[in-house]
Design a protein around this ligand. Structure first.
Ligand code: G3P
Ligand code: MG
Length: 240
C-alpha cells in the first residue's frame, strides 16, 4: 500500500509547500497529494483554499490574484516553529519531485471558470516526468470531464464528498467519471466497497488516514494508497 503525504508532510511543515513535499519523501512516503488551482494570471498554483486568508494572512481569492503577487506571499499557517514557505507553481513541484515519487494532483475549482485548471494542469502533467506515477482526482465533476476530453491518457479518479449524496456519487458520477480510481474519506468506506471498486478496475486511495491502526485495517482490505498528514508515523507503523 502506498503512503502519500496529504498536502505533503502537513503535520510537520506548512501545507502544499516544497518543504512539505520533500519532508514527506524524507519521512518515507511513496509520494504526495497536492491541491492545484488556477490563479488570476492563469498559472496553476499549489494551494488548498479558494481564499488567501487562512494560509497567508493576505486577503482575496486566489482566482483573482496574479502569480507575481502570490509569489511574494508567505505560507505561514503550519506547525508551531516551522519556517514559513511560499506558494509553489505546479510546474515547480513537478520539476522538484523525483521521478520515482507518486503524485496525486487534486484539482480544485469553485466555479465554471476555475475548471479550466483541468486543461492547464493536464498540459503540465502530460509534458512532465511522472506519467506512470500519477493520478488526478477531484470532487468537481466538470474538472474530470475536462481532463478526460483534453488528456484522456492521464489517470483520473473521483473524490467522494461525505457531505454530498452518496448514491449520486457512487452510482452515477463514479462510473461515468472515475475511470481509474476512487478516493473515499476514511470514515465512509467498507471492505465490500474496496472489493467492488477493484472488480471495476479502479484503484482505491483513502484520505485522511493519520491513525496507524486504521492504516493497518485498510491495508488488510487491499486499499491501494493512504493519504496522510503524518507519513513518518504511518511508515514506522507499516514498514516497507
Ligand atoms: O485528496 C484528498 C483530500 O485532500 C481531499 O480533501 O480538502 O484536504 O483537499 P482536501
Ligand atoms: Mg486535497
Amino acid at each position: 500500500m502506498r503512503i502519500l503525504g496529504h498536502r505533503g508532510a502537513s503535520h510537520d511543515a506548512p501545507e502544499n509547500t516544497l518543504a512539505a513535499f520533500q519532508l514527506a519523501l524524507d519521512q518515507g512516503a511513496d509520494g504526495v497529494e497536492l491541491d492545484a488551482r488556477l490563479c488570476g494570471s492563469g498559472e496553476v498554483v499549489v494551494f488548498h483554499d479558494a481564499r488567501l486568508e487562512r494560509l497567508t494572512g493576505a486577503s482575496g481569492r486566489v482566482a483573482d490574484t496574479p502569480w507575481d503577487a502570490l509569489a511574494r506571499l508567505e505560507v505561514r499557517a503550519g506547525p508551531p516553529g516551522a519556517p514559513a514557505g511560499r506558494i509553489p507553481l505546479l510546474a515547480e513541484v513537478l520539476e522538484a519531485l523525483p521521478r520515482s515519487a507518486f503524485i496525486n494532483v487534486e484539482l480544485k475549482s469553485e466555479d465554471l471558470a476555475g475548471t479550466a485548471v483541468a486543461g492547464a494542469a493536464g498540459a503540465l502533467l502530460a509534458a512532465g516526468r511522472h506519467e506512470d506515477h500519477l493520478v488526478v482526482s477531484s470532487f468537481e465533476p466538470r474538472c474530470l470531464v475536462r481532463l478526460a476530453l483534453g488528456y484522456p491518457r492521464i489517470p483520473r479518479g473521483l473524490l467522494l464528498d461525505p457531505d454530498r449524496p452518496q448514491w449520486l456519487q457512487r452510482t452515477v458520477l463514479l462510473p461515468l467519471l472515475a475511470r481509474d480510481a476512487v478516493h473515499p474519506e476514511a470514515a465512509h468506506i467498507r471492505e465490500a466497497d474496496v472489493r467492488r471498486w477493484h472488480v471495476g478496475g479502479r484503484q482505491v486511495a483513502v484520505w485522511t488516514v493519520d491513525d496507524p491502526d486504521v492504516a493497518r485495517r485498510l491495508r488488510a482490505w487491499g486499499v491501494d494508497a493512504c493519504i496522510t498528514n503524518r507519513p513518518g508515523a504511518l511508515r514506522a507503523a507499516l514498514g516497507r
